[in-house]
Design a protein around this ligand. Structure first.
Ligand code: SAH
Length: 233
């Protein structure tokens, strides 16, 4: 059975967008994964299909209603196998490649995209949503975050990337950032490809790449570097 992403959103027309092109889009056409986008407003209240209301206790903006969010989740879950249910949220645990990799091994994901000031806390509790963030910045809605998560998961599904072995060397896979990449032309505005890469010495190339990856990680991401050192030191 193929990996399935269900997205609950107030703006279904934002999809598939980037998820419809290139390797990820082709994988969808091949049936490696499927996208089920649902409009939360279908579960809105009354004639105007209201989905939000003023925050209890006062303050700016509007909050997505718990009854609407819960009804939307329940409808999406009906008849589906158990899948991790996530609420995209700046308060969530920052998404990592390790988490992406584990989600890509699940039957799929159910993603709730917030808007406005966020979601009534009781929806998170009552439906057991896990909060995940795509970084320490605030978006206007969860849709772009959902697309980022889905795209990262789908490229790990078997048969999506052209070359499966390219994964092992990527940023984060081994706890390091990736080494610099080059391709033709050999010389550009006086900058040459590092000679070792055109030497044909596979061992030296591997050693050079490892050293570059370590140097980059050490200078750019001391947080990742100290984790790496603890593991490999
Ligand atoms: N008032 C909220 C922010 C609401 S932003 C707060 O301070 O926490 C509106 C919606 O955008 C959120 O409900 C969430 O679904 C989405 N969103 C914003 N930033 C995000 C991020 N960094 N990662 C994932 N989702 C995010």
């Amino acid at each position: 059975m193929s990996w399935k992403a269900t997205v609950l959103t107030l703006f279904p027309s934002m999809f598939p967008d980037t998820l419809g092109v290139s390797l990820v889009g082709q994988a969808r056409e091949k049936g490696i994964w499927s996208l089920d986008v649902r409009d939360i407003r279908e579960h809105g209240i009354g004639r105007h299909r209201a989905v939000d209301d003023a925050p209890a206790g006062g303050g700016p903006g509007m909050v997505m209603r718990v009854d609407v969010a819960a009804a939307s989740i329940d409808a999406a879950r009906a008849g589906e196998p158990d899948r991790p249910s996530l609420y995209l949220s700046p308060r969530g645990k920052p998404l990592t490649q390790a988490k992406v990799s584990s989600l890509s091994r699940a039957p799929g994901v159910l993603l709730l995209c917030g808007r406005f000031e966020g979601l009534d806390e009781r929806a998170i509790e009552a439906r057991g949503l896990e909060e995940v963030s795509i970084g320490d910045f605030v978006l206007a809605g969860g849709e772009i975050a959902a697309m980022a998560l889905i795209e990262a998961c789908v490229r790990l599904l078997p048969g999506v990337l052209g070359c499966e072995s390219s994964r092992a060397e990527e940023s984060f896979e081994g706890g390091l950032l990736e080494y610099p990449q080059y391709t033709r032309p050999q010389s550009f505005e006086g900058r040459d490809i590092p000679p070792v890469l055109v030497s044909g010495h596979h061992e030296e190339i591997a050693r050079w790449r490892r050293a570059q990856a370590e140097k980059l990680t050490k200078t750019r991401r001391p947080d990742l570097w100290s984790l790496y050192e603890t593991r490999h030191g």
